[in-house]
Design a protein around this ligand. Structure first.
Ligand SMILES: *Cc1c(COP(=O)(O)O)cnc(C)c1O
Length: 223
């Protein structure tokens, strides 16, 4: 086994352990967050079967999609989107944009999509940890914002929600932030929400326990 396979195996077993305990019918998708590695590392991860990768900067996404153009990869955008990068992101046609963090961002994205006669699959980012440095709508506003985007942004296909767990040591607090997001996700299930994207290297097991079905894992897989 290669080093990558070994690391991947460890992550998979940890996920499986929790998943079988919580909900054995749940299918969980792993997005390998490649923001801190080069194309070569992505190729190695591809070689052991990983197809979905996540980047948090439009410029990096562009370079990596171009470099790895010959591989059938699925690209996810997970970072803060600057208004002046919207057109570039649309042209890169990501499989899923995880980080739409306001109605205003959705409307700007929708306008540009409309001009280009394109659409995009998008998640609404929720700041369920109530952390000032984090992007996202507050939990109290999430349902309302989700419905407003559904109503007004015809070129955006809303597919669910995304959160970054609370940035603290106490597991209880991280858990609470995941539970907050999951409750919102459940309420949106009759409005087309199918992805609940939460959990990173430090907290993916907890995220699975709280109902996440899409994990964004970087450092633990690559370093
Ligand atoms: C970097 C990043 C991740 C992955 O973080 P790791 O701790 O490396 O697993 C997940 N989500 C977002 C939004 C990120 O920016």
């Amino acid at each position: 086994m290669s080093l990558y396979e070994e690391r991947f195996d460890v992550v998979l077993s940890k996920i499986e352990k929790v998943r079988l305990r919580v909900n054995q019918h749940q299918i969980i998708k792993i997005i390998a967050v490649s923001k801190s590695v080069d194309a070569d590392a992505i190729k190695k991860m591809y070689a052991i079967g990983q197809r979905a990768f996540g980047e948090n900067r439009v410029q990096d996404l562009k370079i990596k999609t171009q470099t790895l153009d010959d591989l059938p990869l699925e690209w996810h955008f997970i970072g803060r989107l600057q208004t002046n990068k919207i057109n570039q992101l649309i042209d890169l046609e990501p499989a899923l944009m995880h980080s739409c963090d306001s109605l205003q961002m959705a409307c700007e994205l929708d306008n540009r999509l409309s001009v280009k006669e394109k659409s995009m699959d998008v998640l609404l980012q929720i700041n369920s940890a109530y952390e000032e440095q984090k992007a996202g709508v507050l939990p109290e506003k999430a349902l309302e914002t989700y419905e407003q985007i559904l109503l007004t942004c015809k070129h955006i296909n809303l597919k669910g929600v995304m959160s970054i767990g609370a940035h603290v040591q106490e597991e209880k607090i991280v858990q609470k932030s995941f539970e907050t997001t999951y409750k919102i996700f459940e309420k949106l299930s009759d409005k087309g929400a199918i992805h609940c994207s939460m959990g990173m290297s430090s907290d993916f097991e907890l995220a699975v326990a709280c109902g996440a079905n899409m994990l964004r894992i970087g450092s633990t897989l690559f370093h």
